[in-house]
Design a protein around this ligand. Sequence first.
Ligand code: PLP
Length: 362
Amino acid sequence: MGNRAYNFNAGPAALPLEVLQKAQEELVEFKGIGMSIMEISHRSAEYEQVHNETQQLLKQIYSIPDGYQIQFLQGGASTQFAMIPLNFLKPGKVGSYVLTGAWAEKAIQEAKLFGEVAIAASSQEQKFMKIPDLSEINIHPDSAYLHLTSNETIEGAQFPSYPDTGNVPLIGDMSSDILSRPVDVSKFGMIYAGAQKNLGPSGVTVVIVKEDLLQDLPKTIPTMLRYETHGKNNSLYNTPPVYSIYMVNLVLKWIQEQGGLAVIEKNNLEKSGLIYSTIDQSGGFYRGPVDQGSRSAMNITFRLQDEELEKKFIKETEQHGFVGLKGHRSVGGLRASTYNAVPYASCKALADFMSDFQKRNG
Ligand code: PLP
C-alpha cells in the first residue's frame, strides 16, 4: 500500500497492515453471521470464541505458566495505577516502586492516594536517562509488591533485564514494550499494558496476574475495580471492549505468523539499531541522551544542536511522509517509536532521511 505513512507515533501507534486488512475484510460481516462482531452479544458463542482464543494465544506466545489469569479490563494502564494499590496495598504494607521516568512517577503519585510508598531505586538524579542497576534496587522488607515501568515511553529508557524479587510480587507496567521481546513471565506477579502500542487499538488493558495474588483481597473495593470480579467472570462481568479484544486477537496471530517473540525481538533490535547507529555515527550532529545500556528498542529519543533545528527536522519529516517524530511535550526533542508493527523499511527511510538532513544542515 503505497500511501501508508511512515508511522513513528508513540501511542496510539502503528498497527500491522495485514491486521488492518483482515479487520477490513471482516468488518461488515464477521465469519458468516450476517453482522459485524461489534453488533453481537458478548455472551454469544461467536464472541466467546474470540475472547477465549485471545487469552490462549497470549498464553502461548508469552509462554505464560499455569496459575496466571489473563484479564481484559478498561480504563487504560492509568486505571491500573490505582487498582494495584487498591487491591494489594494492605494496611501495614508498603508499595515499593522503581522511579525511572514520567510513567513510573504517575504510578507512584496514584499509589500515594492509597497508602505508604517506598522508592526502591530512582534515576531521577540522572534525569531518568539511565535505568538503575538491578543491584541498586532495595526492596523494603514490608513490601506488598515491587512495581517497575519496563519501558519509559517518554524518556526512551528500557529495563534490559528484570530484578529477582524473591517473595515480593514483581509488577510490571509493560504498556510500551509488551510482546516486544521474550519475557520470563514467572518472575512477575502481574504484568499489565494498555493495548494501544504493541497489542492493538486503545480500549482494552491486558492484565496477566498470578492467581495467588488474588486471595483475600479487601471486600470494600468497588466491584469493577476488583481483580477478583474480572477473574471470577473471565472478564465478562460487564460488557468488555469487544472490538479492541478482537483486534488484539488479530495482532497476536500476526505475531505468531512472524515467528513469535524471538523473531519480533530480533526485528526490533535491527530496526532500533539502525536508527541508533545513525545517531552514533553522526559525529555529534544527533545526540542520544539515554545511557547506552538503558536505550529503549521501542522509543528512540534524540536531540539536535538546538530547538530551531529540531523544528526544521520535524517540519521536513512531515513533508516527506513521516509522522510522530516530535518528542513528548514534557521533554522536547525528537522521538521515533519503533514498535512491533513499524516495518524495517520505515526505519530505513528514517535513517536515510536523517543522514541526508545532516548533509544539508551539518
Ligand atoms: N504506562 C506507560 C509506560 C505508557 O506509555 C502509558 C501511555 O502512553 C501509560 C502507562 C498510560 O496508558 P493509558 O493511556 O492506557 O492509561
